[in-house]
Design a protein around this ligand. Structure first.
Ligand SMILES: [Zn+2]
Length: 244
């Protein structure tokens, strides 16, 4: 038995298959990440083949069969193709810090509507607003790790529980969390984190406005990259960001 499903989806990647088909990875609102095949998608006449392009927000229709690894997609309609992101290398670079974690770090068929809506909201802001792209990427990464169950905590030392003084440089241990100066001396594998960066993370968490400079933002993106690489050995870093 197969069931017809309609859902919003973000196109994560695509691959030519056989003579005329495409294999496409979607991140969907109602069924998480999954892979589908669009038959005849590479024919010039195929509207759904064109619609299933990477970074498009689409509405798809597919036949869901439980024990089939690749689902048959029969309809794809574009809802937003984020044209300004696609025509601007800088926007594209930071949009990849959203797409790549979805590709490599989400679990197939694990539904998270909040994460889906958050992804779309950040892509809309990257496309339409003049907000700083690095700030948007950091906001997303902070939200993403929280949705994966790794919320950053800044109130007390993760080892001894001492209240954290946010006016000093501290260390972050990826297995435990933020460390007070005493504990950081005894712990290996720390990531040194300056007070300016802590303040930004604290403000993002508490939705307060903050001052920043470009180099602080780059350091924070690196912090999240290291964090994800530590938690998920299969994650090798932000490929596109490090390439361009
Ligand atoms: Zn401590």
């Amino acid at each position: 038995m197969s069931e017809i499903i309609k859902t919003r989806a973000l196109v994560l990647s695509k691959l030519n298959y056989g003579e005329t088909s495409k294999i496409v990875a979607f991140y969907t609102e109602d069924n998480g990440k999954f892979t589908g095949i669009i038959k005849g998608a590479r024919s010039p006449k195929s509207k759904i083949g064109k619609a299933a392009d990477v970074l498009n927000l689409v509405e798809i229709q597919y036949y869901q069969k439980e024990n089939r690894e690749i689902q048959l997609v029969s309809g794809v309609e574009i809802l937003n193709y984020f044209p300004k992101i696609k025509s601007d290398l800088d926007k594209l670079k930071y949009a990849s810090t959203i797409i790549e974690p979805l590709i490599y770090l989400t679990v197939e068929h694990e539904v998270n509507e909040k994460l889906f809506r958050g992804v779309i909201k950040i892509l809309e802001l990257m496309n339409d607003s003049a907000d700083d792209l690095k700030v948007l990427a950091i906001k997303f990464l902070n939200f993403f790790i929280k949705e994966l169950g790794f919320e950053l905590k800044f109130d007390s030392c993760s080892l001894c529980g001492t209240e954290i003084n946010q006016n000093e440089d501290l260390a972050y241990d990826f297995s435990h969390g933020l460390l007070c100066p005493d504990c950081s001396h005894n712990s290996k594998g720390n990531y040194f984190i300056q007070k300016e960066l802590l303040k930004i993370l604290y403000c993002i968490k508490h939705r307060k406005s903050f001052k920043y400079n470009d180099s602080d933002l780059i350091k924070l993106i690196k912090f999240f990259e290291r964090f994800l690489m530590f938690q998920f050995s299969e994650f090798k870093g932000f490929r596109t960001l490090n390439m361009i």
